[in-house]
Design a protein around this ligand. Structure first.
Ligand code: FES
Ligand SMILES: [Fe+2]
Length: 362
């Protein structure tokens, strides 16, 4: 399948009416936070009551980025001529002028803060449905220790999703981190299921050598059974993985005492060939060991730096060779499902927009 239609900016490159991650709760403090999300310049800030809000980062007066301004109670004040905007994007004050002209507002984006994550909706405001956000409690729950990271990747967001949905790269890209025994990866039992707009991948590696991360974190020395359960939904990925001493019943459902990891990945497009890659990883052991948690954070970052190097090199070459064919492998089943889901969502959005335009002209 050619990657071209989804890499071409003119055709659009992401579904608009879905929730994306705009950042982590911990990033939103006193100062406004500027981000490029799905092509939009966005500024986020907290109201006096602590509510997180997102506005277009462009003053309606002369276009100054509002993120350069200051937050003051419930408003953000432009750094150029001092116009003030509230959480809805309405201009509430113009210094030296009583009359606020019609149209004095900036766009606001639905923003929901849940499980230490900031979820943003770049599409039609009236379609933003908070109930679509799946809870990820391990980000804040006391029985998990969670670490957070972000990388800017110079590539289309779907190359990151592809990477996560085809784990046959582990033994080549992640030798130093989570890659394991190459033969074992080749023998992995993989199941791929599409369920509506979700794709689930389950992978079992039985009786394998523990990779460096597992040795460091849990002290495994002998063979282990490993499992990896991925779920993609536009446009985030959840990944549960675990390990237990080989032959102790994990495959049959006895996971007590296992090394459990909960990963969450959100490749949020900035532009067609630029992505903010947010990721988290929670572990359920040695919760009071701050040094281990820091090691887990560093190993997570090292792992995704390895992916970033590959994905950026891949993107650069794909841009030079847009018309050249590519082949698909058996292990691409999940990412082909994911691409189909994304393509269908984008086609539905295009159709709804076209029929909306026709109705408007009727
Ligand atoms: S550009 Fe913002 S107040 Fe003038
Ligand atoms: Fe990877």
């Amino acid at each position: 399948m050619s990657l071209v239609p989804l890499l071409s900016p003119e055709r659009g490159y992401f579904p608009r009416n879905v929730w994306y991650i705009a950042g982590f709760s911990s990033e939103l403090r006193d100062k406004p936070l500027a981000r490029r999300i799905c092509g939009h310049a966005v500024v986020m800030f907290r109201t006096a009551g602590g509510r997180a809000v997102a506005l277009e980062d462009r003053c309606v007066h002369r276009g100054m980025p509002l993120s350069a301004g200051e937050r003051d109670g419930d408003i953000i004040r432009c750094a150029y001529h001092g116009l003030e905007f509230d959480a809805s994007g309405a201009c509430t004050k113009i210094p030296g002028q009583a009359r606020i002209p019609p149209g004095a507002r900036v766009r606001s984006f639905p923003l929901v803060e849940r499980d230490a994550l900031l979820w943003i909706w770049p599409g039609d405001q009236e379609k933003a449905d908070e109930s679509l956000i799946v809870s990820r409690p391990y980000h804040t729950a006391p029985d998990w220790a969670c670490v957070f990271g972000t990388l800017e990747v110079k590539a289309n967001w779907q190359l990151i999703a592809d990477n996560l949905l085809n784990l046959s790269h582990l033994q080549y890209v992640h030798k130093k981190t989570i890659g394991g025994d190459p033969d074992a990866d080749d023998r992995a039992e993989v199941t791929v299921v599409r369920d509506g707009n979700r794709v689930r991948v389950t992978r079992w590696l039985l009786n394998v050598e523990p990779p460096p991360l597992h040795r460091m974190a849990r002290g495994y020395t002998g063979p282990i059974d490993r499992w990896q359960e991925f779920e993609f939904e536009p446009c985030v990925l959840q990944f549960h993985s675990g390990a237990k001493e080989a032959g102790t019943g994990a495959r049959e459902g006895r996971r007590d005492g296992a090394m459990d990891l909960r990963h969450f990945h959100a490749p949020t497009p900035q532009g067609p060939h630029s992505t903010l890659y947010f990721f988290t990883r929670a572990h359920n052991f040695r919760l009071d060991d701050a040094e281990l948690t820091e090691k887990m954070r560093r190993s997570m970052l090292a792992t995704f730096e390895e992916d970033k190097a590959v994905i950026e090199a891949q993107q650069a070459r794909l841009l030079e060779t847009e018309d050249e064919p590519l082949i698909d492998l058996r292990d691409d089943a999940a990412n082909l499902h994911a691409r189909r889901i994304v393509r269908q969502l984008m086609a539905q959005e295009d159709a709804a927009e076209t029929s909306g335009r026709h109705l408007a002209h009727a």
